[in-house]
Design a binder for this molecule. Structure first.
Ligand SMILES: [Mg+2]
Length: 140
């Protein structure tokens, strides 16, 4: 159903190729400018946000959610990922390498000795080419 053999690992490169094929087959490359893809990505983040809107905090694993809610969540998460992968490709960014580099930068900016178990980013400011909040979340 996915067109991907079960044994084949899903990689960012595979998703990039699938998205490029999908766009080419439909002659949509003409619409996939960085700006258009960014706006589409933001729209999908909005759709993802709607799923959680008004639910309050939900426990990890979403134990009380119906199967169809989880399927819908998977679809919107995928929309976000696919537009992010496509945007990165169109911009000539190797997303996997960029993400690994960012993890390394975050580890330098937030060393275990200062950040372990704390959520206050004010205690961990250092100079860095990027701005990052703690807990693995990114702000720039
Ligand atoms: Mg969507």
């Amino acid at each position: 159903m996915t067109g991907v053999p079960e044994a084949e690992p899903v990689t960012l490169d595979l998703l990039k190729k699938k998205m490029a094929e999908f766009a080419k087959e439909r002659d949509w490359d003409q619409f996939h400018s960085p700006r258009n893809l960014l706006l589409a990505l933001v729209g999908e983040v909005g759709e993802l946000s709607e799923i959680f809107q008004w639910k309050g905090e939900v426990p990890k694993g979403l134990p009380d959610w119906k199967d169809e809610e989880k399927v819908h969540l998977g679809e919107e998460l995928s929309d976000v990922l696919l537009y992010l992968v496509r945007l990165s490709d169109i911009c000539g960014i190797d997303l996997g390498k960029a993400a690994l580099r960012k993890v390394e930068l975050n580890a330098i900016k937030y060393p275990l000795t200062l950040c372990n178990g704390t959520a206050n980013q004010q205690n961990h400011t250092t100079t860095s080419p990027t701005t990052t909040t703690n807990n693995g979340s990114e702000s720039g």
